[in-house]
Design a protein around this ligand. Sequence first.
Ligand code: BGC
Length: 492
Amino acid sequence: MKTALLMILLGLCLADDEISNKRFPDEFMFGVSTSAYQIEGAWNEDDKSESIWDHMVHTNPDFIADRTNGDVACDSYHKFDEDLAILKETGVNHYRFSLSWTRILPTGYPDNINVAAVKYYKNVINKLKENGIEPVVTIYHWDLPQNFQDLQGFVNDSISDWFAEYARVCFSMFGDDVKYWITINEPQQVCTGGYGYGYFPPTIKSEALLEYQCVHNLLKAHAKAWHIYDDEFRSKQNGKVAITLDTSAYLPASDSDEDKEAAERIQQFTIGIYANPIFNGDWPEVVKTRVAQRSIAEGRSQSRLIEFTQEEIDFIKGTHDFFGLNVYTGYLVESLGYDPPVSEPPSKWQDQAVNTYQPSTWETTSTQYTKVVPWSVRSLLNWIKNHYDSPKIMITENGYPSSGNDKDDRRIYYIKGYLSNIRDAMEQDGVDVFGYTVWSIMDNFEWASGYTQKFGLYEVDFNSENRTRRARGSASFYKKVIETRCLVDNCI
Ligand code: BGC
């Protein structure tokens, strides 16, 4: 542990002889991921209605770094055959993509199922299966129908029913051919991004208030969808349903008890707030206690973190068939050494009361916050194993952003380093990881960064009408890993 901490602090690079030489099991799933709004385009075709992202890019173009939008994106609605060709070329075992709610249900409600949308997704799923690629389908990846946002979106209590009805349609339309479902992608980005710090649509800034209300509703939405599957579809369809949570790995900056507690606390505030209700039941104790105490000190009569009823606790607990994890980077964490005084409005930072940082010696990428910290994933995987009773974990996203002008060697280094640490976690620590998914098979619309951040194993030429896809070096690297199941030559 001491050596690992030292390496992390110094930001030492992994040498090739430190890369795991253990073969990945034959059944280990290597895949790639995308999401509907980021690749499909055709934003208003075949009756598709407006999502919160359509609404944002059209009403406030300055919200996007390069003033672009996803109107056409990779044009995957018209070019799925080209996507299929590169998926086959890479030899992936699975393809994770998302369904567009406003394409399938233009009113948001199941009163009018869009035949063209169903045909499109059935074709995607069938062609994947014909080619031996397992579809991993995300039901919701951030593109809420705008008409639901007009009704306050995730802070309207009805959201869980709206979502559950939509999920039922997805299971019934596609479930015969889908064995892996993700209900909601990265709830933290939905709630903290959308209703806390407001860096994503609907850009509401209500940290630690509406943000927590969103978490409460979102967990119920997920749980309702899981129960619908369990009650109505599982026996016929035999699939697995999970939520995908995102977090950075938070590592104590020193061996002091205070820093260790601080790292534990922020991990609970970022991932535990979602995972604990689902895996163990109820909010994590530290989150529940701190927010309740601070709420009372602020003069409120109840906690800003709405308490679950016993019935809700029982309903949400156990709604998992595996653990979906998106992880990109890691941080060091220090205790603040004091409890911040209460203030109005409250803040998440005060609730968490920790300081996080990434040393300047750590390798950076094209985004400020995504530093390359492959070691950190191993401790995060162990944290998950220890807190949630050794769940089966699928890493549903991990990837490297670049400006696109550089050689691709750093993306290869990144993927190799993360995979090596994942393999070590499996082999040496007994963490049950059964899949790994690169974000992304190709460059796509990177939300508020537009097309400035490129995550693709394949480059996409957004200036050409054809949206030509061209392999980067990392595509052939990943292909070889998938073929050989090895990160180095002659693995064992
Ligand atoms: C999201 C993706 C996004 C990726 C890279 C994840 O947070 O699920 O939609 O493109 O990270 O930023």
